[in-house]
Design a protein around this ligand. Structure first.
Ligand code: C5P
Length: 222
């Protein structure tokens, strides 16, 4: 949909994209695309179906037919609620491996574009501004050091009663960044016209305020 207002939010894992995307979705009443959840659902399906992670033909087929649906804040895979199952570091690692396959990305492209419906879309991911919605009027790229992101993740896990090893989480984050940024297909990078916000020294409220101001400037909020 060409004339639907799209706001893209890209950046590495654990940088606060999801929180910002939800904030802007509430403020604008726009739809939300959590593209990472699509890749995570694909990873979940690949593991459940015991697909080899280099079996491109089977992964492409699964991506084309992916039986995932989003209902409010839940992720439904073949009628089962997999919301918490897809949020693990293990699923994330598989997601970033299958996400590097160009055939898989191509198979998921139209499905992501279809989220752009009136009155608008907040699209969260890695390549929203560069590949999926290159004409979006507002593009935001969030960044923060791997250490800061790992600390935030550990805090978040603690609130869920999960003890986490900061060194391990930092290493997981680094490995995922490395794979996402160095792949040939749609590597993680800011679009040329993206506004880059380094969140290392900002709290999430500041990030939300900055982003909201951008939407006001561009006339996407009234
Ligand atoms: O954002 P999230 O951590 O849920 O994404 C999981 C993985 O899916 C990322 O590490 C990345 O490899 C992949 N992904 C992607 N392109 C997107 C969104 C996610 O390659 N637009």
């Amino acid at each position: 949909m060409n004339n639907v207002a799209v706001v893209t939010i890209d950046g590495p894992s654990g940088v606060g994209k999801g929180t910002l995307a939800q904030y802007l979705t509430c403020k604008t009443g726009f739809h939300l695309l959590d593209s990472g959840a699509i890749y995570r659902a694909l990873a979940y399906g690949a593991v459940a179906n015991q697909l080899a992670l280099d079996d491109v033909a089977s992964l492409e087929k699964l991506a084309t037919e992916l039986p995932v649906e989003f209902k409010a804040t839940s992720i439904i895979y073949q009628d089962a609620d997999v919301t918490s199952k897809v949020r693990t570091e293990e699923v994330a690692a598989v997601a970033s491996t299958v996400a590097a396959i160009p055939e898989v990305r191509a198979a998921l492209l139209e499905r992501q574009k279809a989220f752009a419906e009136s009155p608008g879309l907040i699209a969260d991911g890695r390549d929203m501004g560069t590949v999926v919605f290159p004409a979006a009027p507002v593009k935001i790229y969030l960044t923060a050091s791997a250490e800061v992101r790992a600390e935030r993740r550990v805090k978040q896990l603690k609130t869920q009663g999960i003890d986490a090893n900061i060194a391990q989480i930092t290493q997981d984050i680094r490995e995922r960044d490395e794979r996402d940024a160095n792949r040939k297909a749609a590597p993680l990078r800011p679009a040329e016209d993206a506004v880059v916000i380094d969140t290392s020294d900002l709290n999430i409220q500041d990030v939300c305020q900055k982003a909201e101001s951008l939407l006001w400037e561009k006339g996407l909020m009234k």
